[in-house]
Design a protein around this ligand. Structure first.
Ligand SMILES: *[C@@H]1O[C@H](CO)[C@@H](O)[C@H](O)[C@H]1NC(C)=O
Ligand SMILES: *[C@@H]1O[C@H](CO)[C@@H](O)[C@H](O)[C@H]1NC(C)=O
Ligand SMILES: *[C@@H]1O[C@H](CO)[C@@H](O)[C@H](O)[C@H]1NC(C)=O
Length: 330
């Protein structure tokens, strides 16, 4: 009996050690892959513990997952949830701050599949860095795509929005409608090459020649079919989502249980660039660089208001004078 217990205890320790060694190898690969440096041995040990906890969490998500998403090592795997959610927007403020927006609906039936990237109007995914400017990237992406769809591709300045917006915004997080209203007040945005992204709030330069203007902004009906129609014929849509599952996301279609990604707790802003109604997913552009997710993009289940994607669909209205219906490439 005691021999059995001793063997049992021994094998338990042995397995723990093997597990620990595997995780250490995984951690060292992670450090190499994402070029991480830690100031001290203590910091290294601390980050390894967090990494191990994140791997547990990723395994848990994988078990709970109903779709085809893969969770695991990402560039955020050495961060605590608190560190990762540093840029979280206050979802309650969303409910209070958008009531003045004009709501529109779409009558045309949506296309079956759509991917605006195939038209060359969606630039590579950018990296917001340590500045909480997701709202500005998702708004500028929306304006760039609409100009591109109507025939004039643009690279517009995100930094101008970060510097020139008023009230809750800058590097402290913000709202896409605030971004669009700032563009209207500025009389348009200048080019990215003339006002480069620094990732810090700076002094507003509003004397640069605008390269793209917008006429209006709208909020779409909270209905995924309506959003599909808008994306099918008019262009991208800026949305707020709950980012809970993005920290551990590697690739595939996120199909969350509602309790794992509550639709009211929207805290991050991204851009819808396409969808497949056949395979039931949205294609979204993030602002965490191209070394996250599917080259900086990700996919989310369509049809179940997953992670609150249908809560705040907004878009700028760009009318360059030659407005006509455009078909999104399948
Ligand atoms: C890795 O990080 C170091 C120090 O931060 C930096 O000097 C180097 O350029 C980085 N290398 C790559 C490939 O990003
Ligand atoms: C926008 O920037 C990208 C990357 O630098 C470049 O390839 C593209 O040609 C630019 N587009 C325009 C319209 O300037
Ligand atoms: C969403 O919009 C479509 C198209 O207008 C409509 O057929 C459908 O009933 C709407 N769904 C809800 C839940 O309102």
């Amino acid at each position: 009996m005691s021999l059995f217990l001793a063997l049992f205890a021994l094998s338990g320790t042995f397995l723990d050690t093997v597990q620990g060694t595997l995780e250490m190898m995984q951690f060292k690969n992670f450090i190499a892959q994402f070029n991480k440096t830690y100031a001290s041995n203590e910091e290294f040990k601390h980050r390894f513990l967090i990494f191990q906890r994140n791997m547990e969490e990723a395994k848990h998500l994988q078990r709970e997952e109903r779709g085809t998403a893969q969770y695991g090592v990402t560039k955020f795997s050495d961060l605590t949830d608190e560190e990762f959610l540093r840029c979280r927007l206050d979802h309650r403020a969303y409910f209070e701050s958008q009531s003045f927006l004009r709501q529109v609906t779409e009558k045309d039936a949506p296309l079956k599949t759509c991917d605006w990237r195939k038209k060359g109007v969606i630039s590579a995914a950018k990296n917001q860095g340590s500045c909480c400017s997701c709202w500005a990237f998702a708004a500028v992406g929306n304006i760039e795509a609409q100009w591109g769809i109507q025939g004039t591709a643009k690279n517009l300045s995100v930094q101008q929005l970060v510097d020139c917006c008023k009230s809750t915004c800058g590097c402290k997080g913000g709202y896409p409608w605030n971004a669009f209203m700032t563009v209207i007040k500025l009389g348009g945005l200048t080019g990215e090459d003339k006002y480069k992204y620094t990732g810090k709030k700076g002094t507003c330069k509003n004397n640069l020649k605008p390269e793209a203007t917008i006429q209006d902004l709208v909020i779409l009906e909270r209905n995924e079919t309506v959003i599909c129609s808008h994306v099918s014929y008019k262009g991208t849509v800026t949305v707020a989502i709950n980012q809970a599952l993005l920290k551990q996301y590697i690739k595939g279609v996120i199909d969350p249980r509602p309790e794992n990604c509550h639709h009211h707790k929207v805290d991050h802003v991204v851009l819808i660039v396409g969808f497949s109604r056949e395979r039931k997913y949205w294609i979204l552009k993030n602002s965490w660089g191209d070394n996250w997710g599917e080259k900086g993009f990700f996919r989310l289940r369509l049809g179940s208001n997953a992670c609150g994607i249908a809560e705040y669909p907004v878009s700028a209205i760009v009318n360059t004078g030659t407005f006509k219906r455009h078909l999104c490439p399948p």
